[in-house]
Design a protein around this ligand. Structure first.
Ligand code: SF4
Length: 217
């Protein structure tokens, strides 16, 4: 795929998107609340979407802002978020995050990449998602789906999600930065699957170099 075909591919992915279930963080992000985007994204790491959604709802019912989260103890957070992956470590880190945000940022989630990256359990993927979905700032959230599909398409040639983020930031028009993750995550879950993608029913196959794809359906 060439960079000048991005407009066409995005249009087709938007069409495909209508038939998919939205990723959980996209659902949570409808409130445009950076706190909820941050916490849900942390819960979603190594966790299935349905589990993340249920855990987010339970937690936000009790703690819909950083101050209420800070009032909970680790055991209470653990109980509310169980069974998300690494729930014990996440409970510990959520408690720490609440304290840091209140003490160092006046209770407001920072809208700055470097500041977000200082928080425990927050890597580039989470930080960029908070900027994009919580604050509406142009940021490319590269998770395993965005990384894998961008490489298969031949849009980038990279080894890590971080390299993909930097490569995409050079070729992807800024108007698509926020949306790109939304489009590629459900597409990766449903069509361009990690093992044996459904190339025969792929809406963007004519643009794809299928780099690294040895087996497909
Ligand atoms: S053609 Fe296959 S490898 Fe390429 S984007 Fe579609 S499903 Fe993925």
């Amino acid at each position: 795929m060439k960079a000048d075909q991005i407009d066409d591919v995005v249009k087709l992915l938007r069409e495909a998107y209508r038939g998919f279930v939205e990723p959980v963080v996209t659902q949570v992000a409808k409130d445009k609340d950076p706190y909820k985007v941050l916490i849900s994204t942390i819960l979603s790491l190594r966790t299935k979407d349905e589990t993340t959604l249920r855990a987010s709802i339970r937690l936000f019912d009790i703690a819909d802002n950083i101050y209420k989260l800070n009032e909970l103890n680790e055991d209470e957070i653990e109980r509310l978020i169980y069974p998300v992956g690494f729930y014990k470590t996440k409970a510990k880190n959520l408690k720490k995050i609440a304290r840091i945000i209140i003490e160092n940022y006046g209770g407001k989630i920072p809208d700055d990449l470097d500041e977000l990256l200082k928080l425990p359990n927050v890597g580039r993927k989470t930080a960029n998602l908070v900027l994009a979905k919580g604050f509406g700032k142009p940021a490319i959230c590269v998770d395993i789906h965005v990384h894998r599909i961008s490489n298969r398409l031949g849009l980038v040639d990279t080894k890590t999600p971080e390299e993909t983020e930097f490569a995409l930031s050079k070729i992807l028009p800024k108007k698509y930065w926020i949306e790109f993750n939304d489009l590629l995550v459900p597409f990766g879950q449903n069509i361009c699957r990690p093992i044996s993608p459904f190339c025969s029913k792929c809406i963007i196959s004519k643009y794809c170099k299928r780099k690294g794809v040895n087996k497909s359906r």
